[in-house]
Design a binder for this molecule. Structure first.
Ligand code: THU
Length: 133
């Protein structure tokens, strides 16, 4: 699967968004070495703080299906933003622990803009499990 195809999967995942409060649909698609794709969308709640972002849902979806960190090749995240959709701080923390450093992170929007990044760029000096030793 190429980058554009993965971006298209993330765009498709936006249809799964439950976002009656923000009306801001975010979709994510995570790609594994076996060419499997796991989708995620943002899921909100009337207790606003309980919303879960699309990229965390895609990552948790993959883990819940047995995907291991080292199996993850890339994740694409797309929303209807002016610039490519940038993950929130909580998602940066989660992605930095659950994705390998080699994983490509594609940020996109509906205009076709794509930015490629990785966990080190999104969250330098991340807190991690080594810090708990
Ligand atoms: N959101 C995501 O799903 N991912 C992001 O990268 C940014 C924010 C969601 C959370 C909430 O449902 C809505 O977008 C507005 O913040």
């Amino acid at each position: 699967m190429n980058t554009q195809e993965l971006i298209n999967k993330a765009i498709e995942a936006r249809n799964l968004s439950y976002s009656p409060y923000s009306s801001f649909k975010v979709g994510a698609a995570l790609l594994t070495k076996n060419n499997e794709v796991y989708l995620g969308a943002n899921i909100e709640n009337s207790s606003y703080g309980l919303a879960m972002c699309a990229e965390r849902n895609a990552t948790y979806n993959a883990y819940c299906h047995g995907v291991k960190k080292e199996d993850i090749v890339a994740i694409a995240i797309v929303a209807d933003t002016e610039k490519p959709c940038s993950p929130c701080g909580a998602c940066r923390q989660v992605l930095s622990e659950l994705l390998p450093k080699s994983a490509k992170i594609y940020l996109g929007n509906l205009n076709g803009d794509i930015m490629e990044t990785n966990t080190s760029n999104l969250l330098p000096f991340a807190f991690g499990k080594e810090d708990l030793k």
